[in-house]
Design a protein around this ligand. Structure first.
Ligand SMILES: *[C@@H]1O[C@H](CO)[C@@H](O)[C@H](O)[C@H]1NC(C)=O
Ligand SMILES: *[C@@H]1O[C@H](CO)[C@@H](O)[C@H](O)[C@H]1NC(C)=O
Ligand SMILES: *[C@@H]1O[C@H](CO)[C@@H](O)[C@H](O)[C@H]1NC(C)=O
Ligand SMILES: *[C@@H]1O[C@H](CO)[C@@H](O)[C@H](O)[C@H]1NC(C)=O
Length: 434
């Protein structure tokens, strides 16, 4: 009798196991769609926060330390503030405590709350705001298509920003997604709580139309049909460099940067090196110089002296290719008649720009990434002057990252870069529904 009861109990548990997707299936990696606002020149994604189908659109910021949005626009029934002095608060770089003078609390207005800084890089807007947390849902992927929806086992941390912090953001969005190497970032939270390798990858689209580009969290494989090979196996890799001095808007002495820096050794145009002051390419003891990646910088910015030689060398190489110069259109300084430039799979056929990386490797930009169409029949070199004493000499911007799969591997501290997907006759925009 007792043994048969035991037996049926096991069968019962087994049946429960099958009906519960989370118990039965383990997510492989996670997938988020990424869309471009072609007017604001920003990339954004959707977070499903608090309840199912409550989508919050946020601008993707590789340098952002935390995620923030205007909570007043959304229903967040399960929102909880993180209290000041709690372990969770001590784990983040907190700006102390914040309170709220209103008589009733709501998300973003609670007393005795852990403060973090919400930063808008477009306006330099900065507010100390209360950190809270809520449920988060996301889809998994096998690298090709969208799989099941999972709930993050522990709530996701973010702060609620005042609506005036939204100025300068794409009108389609209500906040920003911080992807810096911090403990509150989406990739850190997902990798830790689902025990996935701490890796994420961006594949930024160049257009706003469907299908959309994607961000993967948790590692490859990465497939971009019709190309049928796994892009994760074809990445050139280079070390992610730690900048010893924080580049965040607020930091404490001794904090290193949580942005993504790489060691660029040279720049060349049509295989000829551009003469640049090498010390600008390395990071000095004050954290100045070097190269970082930024999704909130629309076009790659170079320190003035580097910019000038690049433009001048590009013009010479363009003349050899019989490209016809036209008056430049600000902020660009080398523009050409589009009709004088042939077209190919990888965009306008123009001099190659290579960014040299350790180990005699290079990141090659073809016309689709090195040129921008500014008006009918005018193509300009899509790089801009970053000023004479910028904090970071070379900031690789969004336009240059489009249609490359770029993997941030925080397990091995390496950046992986694919060849242009255009070269593979495919793009970052993929319909991943089954
Ligand atoms: C926060 O504390 C202040 C001062 O004690 C109080 O006036 C206010 O009503 C409280 N607000 C909330 C949302 O609890
Ligand atoms: C948002 O919309 C307003 C009004 O239509 C427009 O003036 C503004 O330029 C837009 N902002 C962005 C960043 O696209
Ligand atoms: C190279 O750049 C460094 C750092 O900005 C500067 O101190 C130095 O004078 C520059 N050297 C030359 C030859 O321009
Ligand atoms: C891409 O397409 C072009 C022209 O349609 C073709 O010549 C080339 O072989 C293709 N490349 C790949 C990798 O499929």
């Amino acid at each position: 009798m007792s043994s048969s009861l035991h037996h049926s109990l096991i069968i019962f548990l087994f049946a429960v196991g099958i009906s519960s997707a989370a118990a039965q299936f383990k997510p492989k990696a996670f997938l988020f769609s990424v869309r471009k606002d072609t007017r604001a020149l920003q990339y954004y994604t959707s977070l499903e926060v608090s309840t199912r189908s409550n989508y919050v659109d946020v601008v993707v910021d590789l340098g952002g330390q935390h995620t923030w949005f205007d909570c007043d626009t959304f229903k967040l029934p399960t929102y909880k503030p993180i209290s000041c002095g709690s372990t969770k608060c001590n784990n983040v770089k907190s700006g102390g405590c914040v309170g709220c003078n209103l008589p009733t609390s709501r998300p973003g207005c609670t007393n005795n709350t852990c403060a973090v800084f919400s930063y808008n890089p477009y306006t330099n807007g900065l507010y100390a705001q209360g950190l809270g947390e809520d449920n988060l849902y996301m889809s998994d992927t096998n690298g090709l298509s969208v799989g099941l929806t999972y709930e993050l086992p522990k709530p996701f941390p973010f702060s609620c920003a005042d609506s005036d912090l939204l100025r300068g953001l794409s009108n389609a969005t209500k906040g920003m997604l911080g992807l810096a190497n911090t403990i509150t970032s989406l990739h850190s939270q997902l990798s830790t709580k689902f025990r996935k390798p701490h890796k994420f990858a961006l594949c930024l689209p160049s257009t706003t139309e469907y299908p959309l580009g994607h961000m993967f969290i948790g590692g490859g494989p990465y497939f971009f049909p019709p190309y049928n090979k796994n892009i994760a196996k074809q990445l050139l890799t280079t070390k992610l460099v730690i900048n010893p001095v924080s580049t965040a808007p607020v930091s404490s002495e001794g904090d290193h940067s949580d942005e993504y820096f790489i060691d660029v050794t040279s720049i060349s145009v049509d295989n000829r090196p551009v003469t640049v002051n090498a010390s600008l390419l390395s990071i000095d003891k004050n954290g100045e110089g070097g190269t970082k990646l930024s999704t909130v910088t629309p076009f790659t910015k170079l320190e003035t002296s580097m910019y000038k030689v690049l433009v001048s060398d590009f013009k010479k190489a363009a003349a050899l290719r019989k490209m016809k110069r036209v008056a430049s259109v600000a902020p660009f300084s080398a523009c050409f008649r589009a009709i004088s430039v042939a077209k190919s799979q990888t965009g306008p056929v123009v001099p190659y720009i290579d960014i040299g990386l350790a180990g005699k490797q290079h990141w090659r930009f073809y016309g689709a990434n090195s040129m921008v169409s500014v008006k009918k029949d005018v193509l300009c070199l899509a790089f801009v002057d970053g000023g004479s004493k910028p904090r970071t000499s070379l900031v690789i911007g969004g336009h240059q990252m489009e249609n490359y799969l770029i993997e941030f591997n925080l397990v091995s501290s390496k950046l992986g870069i694919s060849t242009s997907l255009l070269f593979r006759n495919t793009t970052c925009t993929q319909s991943r529904l089954l």
